[in-house]
Design a protein around this ligand. Structure first.
Ligand SMILES: [Zn+2]
Length: 456
């Protein structure tokens, strides 16, 4: 951090504290359920930053001189924007999914698109299509609303890969510019900070630096407590007045309040990162070639305001998960219901659906293949004959587009392929009352997780 010494942060002055209180009051008029998050932010004056940013420890950096002219309504809504990143836990999400440092700015834009439509739906007019500050909306990327950060991340890759593309109608300069990072139109810093999963703002405090007591880093337990409190408030607000709470926030609230099962984002994140490392040698060459080709590529929107992002991407980190669901006769109803919960768990924790989460019902043959939309789509089970998960794995390997990972959900009473024939990693999720003996039969090249028994 060579910038750190130049952009010193300071505790708030009394006047700045009063400003923040006024902005918070305005923010609460729009989204009262964000109260716990707003009251737990540690505000810091960041002269020279040019904007707002947040880190993963709930420190909110504000360049008061730069943002005050935008007015209190704007500033209140900007606080809600930062809160939305923290509530969705975009930082942990990007980390778990192995979003490369070099791709953090692209991730930041995708995460912005994923929350700004909800903010707009929640009445924050600075995020509507006429917004003068170049905030990224899904429409900016030519994409529909209410998709996952992954979805927009992939859309950005496609856009940036096409030098002739013209994006959307909202302002926002989404282009490729050599190795410059996170540079705004005026040459200042642009981005939301490490709390969004994006690149850290140059002024961010160190993990243990509390600014002499003014900005103590939030602990993991504290952050969890805040997110649960916000999630409960969102659910209550949504129950009281249906339709008034933006759908994406309700979905994230469900995610926060979903009881922990298998930590899929960690398990699959680790497996996917391992697979990428294994392929890195062959990938880097095509990657360099690709970058040369679009060296001068630039994707501009209407007035060219907003931020620009760099795309030195090594690979597509959006996972396509292919689940092989064991529907053989040995799977009990309880087993099948446990498996269904885990598939829903993958959808929620990785925020994947549609083409990115394909489920094949397999006993000794493949019976049915479907794209995940919602839990009810998993109710129908086809198969119930003998068991051979090798059939399902082969089938998944032939799928187009090719999956990034195959998850076999089974009681383990199946033959396994003795060796790996493809670079696509396979995970065995074992649901069994006494998993030890079946887990022992899974070959070493397959990563195994045990699905905890569900209570009826
Ligand atoms: Zn943001």
């Amino acid at each position: 951090m060579t910038m750190a010494s130049q952009s010193r942060v300071r505790p708030l002055t009394r006047q700045q504290s009063e400003q923040v209180q006024a902005w918070t009051a305005l923010a609460l008029e729009r989204m009262p359920y964000m109260a716990t998050m707003l009251f737990n932010l540690r505000f810091v004056d960041a002269p020279g930053l040019g904007t707002f940013a947040v880190d993963g420890r709930y420190r909110c950096y504000i360049d008061f001189d730069a943002v005050a002219s935008r007015g209190p309504a704007y500033c209140g809504q900007a606080l809600l924007h930062e809160c939305s990143h923290l509530f969705a836990d975009h930082a942990t999400f990007a980390e778990d999914m192995g979003v490369d440092r070099a791709m953090r700015q692209v991730w930041n834009v995708a995460a912005d698109a994923a929350i700004n439509d909800d903010l707009r739906d929640g009445g924050c007019e600075m995020f509507d299509n006429a917004n003068p500050y170049g905030h990224v909306l899904p429409s900016t990327l030519g994409e529909p609303d209410h998709r996952t950060p992954h979805h927009y991340f992939r859309a950005l890759h496609t856009l940036l890969d096409n030098p002739d593309a013209q994006v959307g109608r909202g302002p926002g300069d989404v282009g490729t510019h050599g190795q410059a990072d996170a540079v705004g139109q005026g040459g200042g810093w642009a981005g939301c900070g490490s709390g969004s999963g994006g690149a850290p703002a140059p002024c961010e405090l160190g993990e243990g630096d509390d600014l002499t007591g003014a900005a103590p880093p939030a602990t993991t337990a504290e952050r969890e407590r805040v997110r649960v409190a916000v999630a409960v408030s969102i659910r209550e607000a949504a129950a009281k007045a249906r339709g008034t709470v933006p759908g994406g926030l309700v979905e994230n609230a469900d995610l926060v309040l979903t009881p922990a099962q298998v930590p899929w984002q960690q398990v699959l994140g680790r497996v996917l990162r391992g697979a990428v490392r294994a392929r890195a040698g062959t990938m880097s060459e095509s990657y360099q070639r690709r970058n040369r080709r679009r060296h001068d590529a630039r994707v501009l929107t209407s007035d060219g305001r907003g931020r620009r992002v760099v795309l030195p991407a090594l690979m597509d980190p959006v996972p396509r998960v292919h689940v092989v669901r064991d529907t053989s006769g040995s799977m009990s109803e309880a087993d099948l219901s446990a498996v269904t919960s885990e598939i829903v768990g993958i959808a929620r924790r990785l925020r994947v659906r549609g083409d990115d989460l394909v489920i094949a019902d397999v006993d000794a043959a493949v019976h049915d293949t479907r794209r995940y939309r919602r839990p009810s789509g998993l109710a129908e089970v086809s198969g119930r004959g003998g068991t051979d998960m090798r059939t399902g794995i082969d089938h998944a390997l032939r799928a187009q587009p090719r999956p990034s990972v195959i998850v076999v959900m089974t009681d383990g009473e199946t033959p396994w392929p003795s060796q790996q024939t493809s670079c696509v990693p396979v995970v065995a999720a074992i649901v069994h009352p006494s998993p030890e003996h079946v887990v022992a039969k899974v070959p070493d090249w397959i990563r195994t997780v045990v699905v905890p028994a569900t209570k009826e």
